[in-house]
Design a protein around this ligand. Structure first.
Ligand SMILES: [Zn+2]
Length: 240
């Protein structure tokens, strides 16, 4: 069985890096924006396409509408970590896994106990005043009506990478460094078609590249092991 091979590969490794996409959170009932059942393909009629509503220019020009959409569609406060999150936290605790690199903004890895989490697209749990840089938690955003403002009057922005915005280069470089030094790389819950996922995987130089995804990816042929399935179910098995 492929999970037995995965188990053995993990057993032989001491410097694992995990890179995860939206599929890691779907088992926690957070929809994958780009999947066939995700938001972008939903039959609901939004006034603007979701990509537009989650863009930097829309945030600036239609701040109220941005927050309306953001609060209702981007925040899943009831979501709890799933087996994938817990398995990764345990591998870190055992000293085998060095970092989780994620494209998700939900904070579920930290909730499960992971410590070294590189959030390439930011986090809904961090919000900053654009004027004085005072920090605000998610509660403040959810409890404010209309546009959340700082006590200084400044506009508060979620620390989430919106469309048209660049990634934090320092964090990206840190992620690259973890990947370069890893003896094993597990990629999960991503179809590897969205930037920067596909680019990052090319920095891995070892011979234990494992892809776990519900469907095929363009990198299946370069991987040393491909497992198709739900990542939570698969990672749970390797800990048994
Ligand atoms: Zn302020």
């Amino acid at each position: 069985m492929n999970t037995d091979i995965l188990k053995k590969l993990i057993g032989d490794s001491g410097n694992i890096v995990f890179f995860g996409g939206a599929g890691v959170s779907t088992e926690s009932d957070i929809p994958d924006f780009r999947s066939s059942t995700g938001l972008y393909n939903s039959k609901e009629n939004f006034r603007y396409p979701p990509e537009k509503m989650l863009s930097h220019s829309f945030f600036v020009s239609h701040t109220g509408e941005f927050y309306d959409f953001y609060r209702n569609r981007m925040i899943y406060r009831e979501a709890k970590p799933n087996n994938a999150h817990y398995a990764l936290a345990r591998l870190e605790e055992e000293g085998k896994l060095k970092a989780v690199i994620t494209q998700n903004v939900d904070g579920l890895h930290q909730m499960a106990g992971s410590r070294e989490v590189l959030e390439l697209h930011g986090s809904v749990h961090r919000n900053y005043c654009m004027k004085c840089h005072k920090f605000y938690g998610l509660d403040y955003i959810m409890n404010s009506t209309d546009i959340p403002r700082c006590e200084c009057g400044g506009l508060i922005k979620p620390d989430v990478v919106l469309y048209e915005e660049g990634l934090d280069m320092e964090m990206l470089n840190k992620a690259i460094s973890y990947i370069k030094n890893a003896d094993m790389m597990i990629v999960g819950g991503t179809s590897l078609t969205v930037y920067p996922a596909a680019g990052l995987i090319q920095y891995y130089m070892g011979n234990k590249l494992v892809l776990i995804n519900s469907s095929e990816t363009p990198y299946d042929r370069s991987a040393d092991l491909v497992i198709n399935g739900k990542i939570g179910e698969i990672l749970k098995q390797i800990l048994e």
